[in-house]
Design a protein around this ligand. Structure first.
Ligand SMILES: [Zn+2]
Length: 75
């Protein structure tokens, strides 16, 4: 499970803060940064608006302004 150390909601789930490790936007998979930034269909519209279509996590993270705007739409 070492590769799953940086999940967001999952971590909160472990801490007992949320009911589920699933992505809050689509409830289809664990809410990891990679999943939300690259694959989640629940935030596809916001992601396209702020980040375009990043092919990889480093690419998504490279646009810090877009990333922050995108993230602020989600929380
Ligand atoms: Zn999702």
């Amino acid at each position: 499970m070492a590769s799953r150390h940086c999940q967001l909601n999952k971590h909160l789930f472990i801490l007992g803060i949320t009911d589920s490790p699933l992505c809050r936007a689509c409830m289809e998979a664990d809410e990891t940064p990679t999943y939300v930034l690259l694959r989640c269909r629940g935030v596809a519209e916001q992601r396209a608006a702020y980040l375009g279509s990043p092919a990889s996590l480093p690419e998504a993270l490279g646009d810090l302004g877009g990333l922050l705007s995108f993230w602020s739409e989600l929380v």
